[in-house]
Design a protein. Structure first.
Length: 238
């Protein structure tokens, strides 16, 4: 039996994976844990303490399973590879070696843009969270429809407290998984939507056509098929 763990990103909890529920094989075990601080759980004491994060997540990230980390969840999952029993493989979805990029040509999020976003969050966390939901959906084929889907899943309030969201922004700013990608402790596969407004194109990313940062909403069938294909290749390789 294949065990699959789906890990969500900043400001969005495990409900983001619900549109994929009907697409998984019937004999798969699919886990969708939340990160600390989401849906009422206590936040981390230190956002960059991966030892603490590993301790909190140990029971929810079984070894010999396939992990899919999306957005911030990809950065955290990659950093946890050296702290927990290694998965059979890690799929990094919608993330490069780090979140911010030096690019100034509109591809991805540069440091200046992210600094502005953090200042806006300090002034009005709820409004900034709502803006982010719309911002990340800019590359979907029907952004308004995807936004309605997302709000139907999450409701009108952030699924984490302000401390957790602020910690998440620090993680997005500081975490760099370049060394992990260069020297992977397990097989790592990178996927990105062709029109992702947050992550610039890269030769190491396998493209997902017809979607942006949130293929869970706009292309759930295509995303699930790609994950299933990777899982089947891992079994064959093993």
């Amino acid at each position: 039996m294949t065990s699959l763990v789906l890990l969500s990103g900043w400001g969005i909890d495990a409900r983001i994976w619900r549109p994929l529920a009907s697409h998984w094989p019937a004999d798969w075990q699919v886990l969708t844990p939340n990160w600390p601080g989401y849906r009422g759980s206590s936040p981390l004491d230190s956002p960059l303490d991966m030892t603490e994060l590993a301790r909190r997540m140990a029971g929810q990230l079984p070894g010999d399973s396939l992990w899919v980390g999306w957005s911030l969840g990809a950065l955290l999952a990659a950093r946890l590879l050296t702290h927990l029993p290694r998965p059979s493989a890690l799929i990094i979805l919608g993330m490069g070696k780090r979140f911010t990029t030096p690019n100034t040509d509109g591809r991805g999020v540069n440091d200046a843009e992210f600094a502005m976003f953090r200042r806006a969050f300090a002034r009005d966390p709820a409004a900034t969270w709502a803006h982010f939901l719309r911002w990340q959906l800019g590359g979907e084929p029907e952004p308004r429809r995807s936004h309605r889907q997302l709000r139907d899943l999450l409701g009108d309030a952030p699924p984490a407290d302000v401390t957790t969201l602020r910690h998440g922004l620090e993680q997005l700013h500081e975490l760099d998984i370049g060394d992990t990608l260069e020297h992977p402790p397990c097989p790592i596969h990178s996927l990105r939507g062709n029109d992702d407004p947050l992550i610039p194109p890269g030769s190491d990313h396998a493209p997902l056509p017809g979607c942006g940062h949130c293929p869970q909403l706009s292309q759930p069938d295509a995303l699930a098929k790609r994950v299933i294909s990777i899982a089947e290749r891992q079994v064959t390789h093993s």
